[in-house]
Design a binder for this molecule. Structure first.
Ligand code: ADP
Ligand code: IOM
Length: 347
């Protein structure tokens, strides 16, 4: 049993999370008494995957030290998800000129919208799952101040979640701009403590540049727009990240890249996605999955992670984020989406 009272968890037969695939009794015994300087324990690392057995991954880090102290569990999960070994080293590259992604759907028949986001966390404080209320509020103050200094097309307003009108909040979620409340995966990871205090959203006038504050990561920097102009979306994101980095220093590890609370986001912390209508491939999931697997892409429902696909519109994004550069992430997405459109036209 861990010092905070957890025995080796029982996983359902249907559980296929990376946690249940990699946590052995031996590993549990090895790690059960370890605690980081911010009080993060094995029980906290695995709680989300124990409570939510339908997790894809099921583990969260509370701070940079979690990735070291609990590395016998994190490293195999990271290797499994990203194909990144213990001796690999992450590389970052945000050069627009290296990307080749002309609009794969210039007539607008398939792609509804394109979105690219990166996760970021402030250096020298814990990650969200171990953040105190005071630390979270001070992240909000620091980040909203930095965002207020943005000019030109990035200029906008920060809207705290506390006090936001319910109709406005719901509309922002329905329009795919804002995160949902009460996510059970984040809840069990300790990421919803003191909700809604310290959380909010910044956006420019056109809602093409947005920043989520204190959701799964302290910042999610987002560039999005209607249609399939991937290069324009990437260009805006690069510009925004560079501007924000002038006033906020982010947590970065020479091996693991940008550190994030969920190991799926390590490295680039980038998810480049399109919402795309594919009625024919949607009826031939075997072919659909063959193309997305070959291109290292993930299929999600259009209402966010863990949402069901309800129609013939899918969220298609890069899966690998660590050990590949930002350019590679967007290129993966472009290549796969171009292949999907080609196949859809043939069917
Ligand atoms: P994240 O990308 O931050 O991991 P989710 O998958 O939960 O998170 O998506 C967050 C929100 O972003 C959801 O409302 C989702 O519909 C929206 N979204 C994601 N990709 C796109 C896209 N290409 N176009 C429009 N909205 C998108
Ligand atoms: N990123 C995180 N929300 N997710 C991978 C959770 C999970 O399904 O384990």
């Amino acid at each position: 049993m861990t010092s905070d009272g957890l025995s080796f968890p029982i996983f359902n037969q249907s559980c296929s999370s990376l946690l249940c695939r990699h946590l052995t009794v031996q590993l549990f015994e090895q790690l059960k008494d370890r605690v980081t300087e911010n009080g993060f324990t094995l029980a906290k690392v695995i709680n989300s995957g124990v409570v939510n057995q339908d997790s894809g991954v099921g583990v969260y880090a509370g701070d940079a030290a979690s990735y070291d102290l609990f590395s016998p569990l994190f490293d195999p999960i990271i290797a499994d998800y990203h194909g990144f070994s213990k001796t690999d080293k992450h590389r970052s590259d945000l050069s627009l000129e290296k990307l080749s992604a002309p609009d794969p759907d210039p007539d607008g028949n398939f792609i509804l919208s394109t979105r690219i986001r990166v996760g970021r966390n402030v250096a020298n404080i814990p990650l969200g799952p171990a953040l105190t209320k005071e630390q979270r509020n001070s992240v909000e103050a620091q980040v909203s101040r930095a965002l207020q200094n943005l000019t030109g097309k990035l200029a906008g307003t920060y809207y705290p979640l506390s006090g936001m009108e319910e109709t406005v909040r719901r509309q922002l979620i329905a329009d795919h701009f804002l995160f949902k409340a009460g996510d059970r995966f984040l809840d069990a990871a300790g990421l919803n403590r003191d909700w809604p205090e310290g959380r909010g959203i910044f956006h420019n006038r056109d809602k093409t540049f947005l920043v989520w504050v204190n959701e799964e990561d302290q910042l999610r920097i987002i560039s999005m727009q209607q249609g399939g102009d991937i290069e324009a979306v990437f260009s805006r994101l690069i510009n925004a990240v560079k501007e924000i980095e002038k006033s906020v220093t982010f947590m970065f590890d020479p091996r693991l890249g940008y550190l994030t609370s969920c190991p799926t986001n390590l490295g680039t912390a980038m998810r480049a996605s399109v919402h795309i209508r594919l009625p024919k491939l949607g009826n031939d999931m075997e072919t659909f999955k063959k193309i997305t697997d070959a291109a290292h892409l993930q299929i999600r429902g259009i209402d966010g992670e863990h949402s069901e696909t309800k129609s013939d519109i899918f969220d298609i994004s890069n899966k690998r984020r660590l050990g590949v550069t930002e350019v590679d992430c967007v290129q993966d997405m472009y290549n796969g989406v171009a292949a999907l459109i080609k196949r859809e036209k043939e069917l």
